[in-house]
Design a protein around this ligand. Structure first.
Ligand SMILES: Nc1nc2c(ncn2[C@@H]2O[C@H](COP(=O)(O)OP(=O)(O)OP(=O)(O)O)[C@@H](O)[C@H]2O)c(=O)[nH]1
Ligand SMILES: [Mg+2]
Ligand SMILES: [Zn+2]
Length: 316
């Protein structure tokens, strides 16, 4: 058996890079499950796998085993509600790319995304991209969001592949790390990667073609080496993030600044809504916790509860 790292996953076949740098196109033997969860793609980019070589012309490796993962990021499959979809595994950090315009930043998107990285405390660097097209109002809103996320321990960078603002900073974060690059479709993920790593030529949308609708240009997650050290995983754009596989407490535990003081709430199972003597509501009132984060939190709770309600009541 040979060990390698999965550099590309399409769900039906996988590229596995072995020690000498060769890429072996591989498939899975049998069924592989993750903690009993249903996955659309049981193997993630970033997985360390053991393969056996096979004598055939097209697909040449059979994945026999997956090494224990240090961490992983999963989301609900956009197509199959009851299945999960791997974004990547064994990453050091995530570069979450957003933009105020083209496409407009969806309210709550950042907080929804962070729900996926918090279970393993994967550091997130939030890049506000396309700063070259921000209006004065956008910049003010950016400053406000920057304060919110910096305060809870995330790095925030304003960047543009057009003016090159922030690119050196992005580069210094990427150096010697394995970084998942994620964000809504059309925010400029691939363009930014190409700009900080000139040896790469990831497919991007032409500026003139861009409709603001955010078509998917990158279709599969793929890992690339950086010439200055480190690796990145370019991923397809995220259209929507749903969380029907989660419970109310999963949301509460993954808002880090809420979790940090939740032991001061009167009730141990406080959901921080209408309960008396709630430390989180108090912190929101005195401005210690961001109002924006709190509103997004409430929205997520409602969504998770609605979904769970309908699931329980359609099964009977
Ligand atoms: N104004 C401006 N446009 C940009 C910038 N970066 C990228 N774009 C444009 O935004 C569009 C989308 O860029 P991509 O790099 O393909 O976006 P992506 O996030 O990789 O998209 P998907 O692969 O579909 O998820 C293209 O038209 C780019 O030219 C930027 O810094 N400023
Ligand atoms: Mg792309
Ligand atoms: Zn509370």
């Amino acid at each position: 058996m040979i060990k390698g790292i999965v550099t590309k996953s399409t769900g039906s076949w996988y590229n596995v890079r072995i020690a000498n740098g060769d890429i072996i196109k591989s498939r899975i033997a049998g069924k592989i499950k993750l903690d009993g969860l249903k996955l659309t793609n049981p193997i993630a980019v970033g997985d360390e796998v053991s393969i056996e070589m096979e004598d055939s012309d097209e697909i040449r490796g059979i994945i026999k085993a997956i090494s224990l993962r240090k961490n992983y990021i999963v989301r609900q499959s956009p197509r199959k509600k009851h299945q999960l979809h791997f974004l990547a595994s064994n990453v050091d950090q995530v570069l979450l790319i957003v933009t105020m315009r083209d496409p407009n930043l969806k309210v709550g998107f950042i907080d929804r995304f962070l729900i996926m990285t918090e279970p393993y405390s994967i550091p997130a660097i939030i890049v506000f991209n396309k700063s070259d097209i921000y209006t004065k109002k956008d910049v003010l809103y950016f400053e406000e969001l920057k304060d919110i996320y910096t305060k809870i321990g995330h790095h925030v960078i304003k960047a543009s592949s057009v003016t090159k603002e922030g690119l050196t900073e992005v580069q210094s974060f990427l150096k010697d790390k394995t970084t998942l690059i994620a964000g809504q479709s059309g925010v400029g993920k691939s363009t930014l990667v190409n700009a900080v790593e000139p040896t790469l030529t990831l497919r991007t949308e032409e500026i003139s073609e861009f409709s603001g609708k955010g078509q998917h240009t990158t279709t599969f997650a793929e890992m690339f080496d950086l010439s200055f050290g480190g690796r990145i995983i370019d991923t397809p754009g995220i259209k929507t993030l749903a969380f029907s596989h989660l419970e109310v407490m999963d949301i509460a535990h993954n808002f880090r600044e809420f979790f940090a003081i939740a032991d001061q709430c009167k009730f141990a199972n406080c959901t921080h809504r209408n309960e008396p003597k709630c430390a989180i509501k108090n912190a929101v009132e005195i401005g210690e916790i961001s109002h924006i984060r709190y509103q997004n939190y409430l929205g997520l709770l409602e969504e998770v509860e609605d979904q769970n309600y309908w699931e329980r009541h359609t099964d009977i």
